[in-house]
Write a protein that binds this ligand. Sequence first.
Ligand SMILES: NC(=O)c1ccc[n+]([C@@H]2O[C@H](COP(=O)([O-])OP(=O)(O)OC[C@H]3O[C@@H](n4cnc5c(N)ncnc54)[C@H](O)[C@@H]3O)[C@@H](O)[C@H]2O)c1
Length: 354
Amino acid sequence: MTSVKILGAGSIGNHLAHGSRQQGWQVTLCDIDPDALDRTRDDIYPGRYGAWDESIRLCRPTDTEGERFDLVIIGTPPDSHIPLALAEIEQSRPKVMLIEKPLCPPDLQPCEALIELAASRNVRVLVGYNHRLTRHTEIARQWIAERLIGEPTTLRAMTREHWGGIFGAHPWLNGPADTYLGFTSRGGGALGEHSHAINIWQYVAELAGLGRIVEVSCLLDEVEADGAAYDRIAQLSVRTESGLLGTIVQDVVTRPAQKWLRLEGSDGYLEWQVSCDPDHDLVRLVRHDGEVREERVAKTRPDDFRGEIEHLGHVLADPAMTSPLDLSAGLDTMKVIVAALESAREGRLVRIQG
Ligand SMILES: NC(=O)c1ccc[n+]([C@@H]2O[C@H](COP(=O)([O-])OP(=O)(O)OC[C@H]3O[C@@H](n4cnc5c(N)ncnc54)[C@H](O)[C@@H]3O)[C@@H](O)[C@H]2O)c1
């Protein structure tokens, strides 16, 4: 049976533990904080999924010393991702590792050690941008491949979501300063926490053959309050290597949330939206000749992670397969985050090299 070790019994750790159990995998869920383990068993898991699952082993990370796992998931705060990933590659020797988004805080230097160690130990590392693998994204992928909207002219994406929802799901936190969320430098703020927008923009640009982002110009609304220091609005203008100009906006102030993308073309457009209402994702293609396609995909919160978990199963069976969650894609998103910070703070356009 596939064995999974999940580090971090917080919000994402519970989602991915549940998703792993749906696959019939053996789950070990670890946290350094005993309160997090108690909350998982008594509140979060039964509150979300109806009942605690006794087959899930809850423990401290030190309790698993010397054990090997097929899959390791790093679901801890971003500033711990790379150090934990390096340690887990050596200790647990997994076939596949999923690191939650964002890959790391805005400092690319430690990524090199991860790339080298993962290659030398033959561990396939993925980054958890789950929106790439939801059903409506799969439909968008198929429609983009049909080239129905003519020449792409621009691409826009946004993840604008007040973080009250996140704090609602973490009632034990008093506010942004209690967690990485309140610190851009630790991988929080709008740039890190809502980097789904940068990432889905990059995915659609790749699917449409528009290439990677090579130029970034960014304005940030940065705040320092109550001990926290974070960007609450990030507005990016970007250009790809093929010359396509687009925009990406991420913020922690908009409610209700807007998680939306639109690929504009000479003959029409494709629109993509997460949670167009609480129970549906949406994908729509409109051609200027009148043809309209629209799919509203019914979903629950666990469905947001279902495609990702199923994909992990496929990668476990064939670790060399191509993956939209590849480490290189997560790293490309980090490069844009780092360039956006540099651009905003130095007041200039930043080029991304190599
Ligand atoms: N893909 C998504 O949609 C999604 C959703 C939520 C969170 N996330 C990401 O998941 C990560 C965690 O977010 P969260 O909301 O679950 O945070 P959280 O605060 O709810 O949980 C993190 C847990 O990690 C534990 N932890 C810290 N260091 C540890 C260590 N060394 N070993 C074991 N456990 C450790 C903490 O005690 C805490 O319980 C972040 O990177 C976040 O961006 C992604």
